[in-house]
Design a protein around this ligand. Structure first.
Ligand code: ATP
Ligand code: MG
Length: 242
């Protein structure tokens, strides 16, 4: 069997006097999605920061696309991240003065691709994600749903094996949340990436192949699969797509 896209083993992370993650394991094969819910302040965003190599944990190993991120030299980390991990945040976090296509092309331009190639690829992606018609609109005028789709296109632009989304629907109404979820949770099957979504919305969490809750420093698997179920019993099943 091929190596999983994301493999976390024995991750322990403390900030100040609080241990947010205690010997945590997590695995996400290519083409699968997992969601992480949990109380505010439980450490969900910190978990994503550790996975992205933006926060150094006290212990454990994190491998993304076969690379042990602790072994990355700092001078290589940014370029590695550019090609390995795509990010989607709560408000899209687009550059407002740039158009949708310019935002989506940004990682490719930073990666050194020519303008024609970068804009062509970004425009194709926007079309594939259903927002091709707003390619030339400034990001500042986009609706919340359009913004998030452009953010997804930007995250995908370098075709990274892993997409991390932190509260990607936190600023959207119910119907737009459904639309953005359709796009987001379709990515693993369509593009072969692994997807990790942090959310407070149980309906969004339920869309993932594997649903986990972070509580008391440990990842728990909910006992039942209904959306909104209370995930309060622990198991050691932490492999998406299992
Ligand atoms: N750089 C930092 N310096 C000090 N404390 C931090 C730092 N980053 C996170 N924390 C603390 O770590 C804890 C976990 O934060 P984190 O942002 O990971 O929580 P979260 O589960 O994502 O919460 P939310 O659902 O509200 O986004 C919080 O108590 C937070 O204040
Ligand atoms: Mg957070």
């Amino acid at each position: 069997m091929s190596e999983p896209t994301l493999e976390v083993r024995g991750l322990t992370c403390s900030i100040g006097r609080r241990t947010l993650l205690r010997e945590t394991d997590l695995t996400a094969p290519a083409g699968t999605s997992l969601s992480v819910t949990g109380p505010s302040g439980s450490g969900k965003s910190t978990l994503l920061s550790c996975i992205a190599g933006l926060h150094t944990p006290q212990a454990g190993t994190i491998r993304v696309g076969g690379t042990d991120i602790a072994a990355l030299r700092p001078s290589r980390a940014a370029a590695w991240r550019l090609h390995t991990i795509g990010f989607v945040y709560q408000f899209g976090e687009l550059l407002p003065e740039l158009s949708a296509v310019e935002n989506a092309a940004l990682p490719l331009l930073i990666a050194g691709r020519g303008r024609r190639e970068a804009y062509g690829a970004a425009e194709s992606l926007l079309g594939e994600l259903g927002v091709g018609e707003i390619a030339d609109s400034p990001a500042s005028v986009l609706s919340g749903g359009e913004r998030q789709r452009v953010a997804v296109a930007r995250a995908l632009s370098t075709r990274p094996p892993l997409i991390l989304a932190d509260e990607p629907t936190g600023a959207l109404d119910e119907s737009t949340t459904d639309d953005v979820c359709e796009t987001l949770f379709g990515l693993p099957a369509r593009y072969g990436c692994a997807l990790v979504v942090v959310t407070h919305n149980p309906v969004v969490a339920h869309r993932a192949d594997l649903r986990l809750t972070l509580r008391g420093g440990a990842l728990h698997s909910p006992p039942e699969s209904a959306p909104g179920s209370t995930p309060d019993s622990a198991t050691d099943t932490t492999t998406a797509g299992a």
